[in-house]
Design a protein around this ligand. Sequence first.
Ligand code: NDP
Ligand code: 8X3
Length: 251
Amino acid sequence: MKKIAFITGATSGIGEATARLFAVKGIGLVLCGRRQERLDALSTELSDLTKVHSLNFDIRDRDAVMEAVTTLPAEFSNIDILINNAGNAHGMDPIQSGSLDDWDAMLDINVKGLLYVSRAILPKMVKKNAGHIINIGSTAGKEVYPSGNVYCASKHAVDALNQGMRLDLNQYGIRVGAVNPGLVETEFSEVRFKGNQERAKKVYQGYQPLKPEDIADIIYFVVTRPYHVNIADLVVMPTAQASSTLVKKNL
Ligand code: NDP
Ligand code: 8X3
């Protein structure tokens, strides 16, 4: 029987690349995001390869999250793999002048949204003593860089939740692990810099950043290990990157 993966943030970047690879490998998909036209286009495209269902909800909205999960059609309701991927940085300002709206967005989406989705999906995993959760953290959850303050805090929280989930779910045989990427060229910087394409492009210039497909490959590797193998915490950076603040660029 096909496994079912529930992927948040499937409308672009890492989530979309993961959905595409999973589809090729015959994993059934629940694709989540807020941009309906992208959900529709991706669902139509991937339906030739696997069974696909899409859900449009904002992960900040706890009622919408619970409702989306409870209204899943029967053939998609037995989730085997949860990819907690939806998230973004909003702004990049020093702490003394940061935007409160940006802070709310990052903590509400990256931390609370991940919690709501996990809370909605976990009861069934617990009941069947099976399941695999991949939390998409970041190098920003392993170290802090100037003006990264709240985004880094949100990803440090994901790091803590990854550990906490693993502890609490151990008795149910549920695997929990994090994939923590460094710089990946996606829409991430466009969102962070509020549509400023020039500023966003600069983040990825002068070196080879990771591609979303690189992370999808790793996620697929993680979810295809034998049951006794749990990749608990994985950090991956472009070769040019040594830390959040040290990237070898040829500009
Ligand atoms: P993208 O901006 O390309 O994708 C972000 C995804 O999250 C989109 O599908 C978006 O969908 C979804 N999303 C954002 N906010 C919400 C929300 N409120 N409700 C529901 N869905 C939401 O960025 P990436 O692919 O790069 O980011 C994916 C994850 O990877 C994030 O958690 C990010 O922090 C992490 N990451 C990214 C790195 C990078 O360098 N790019 C490095 C390390 C980690 P929609 O807008 O349709 O709702
Ligand atoms: C995204 C990587 O370095 O832009 O999580 O924070 S970084």
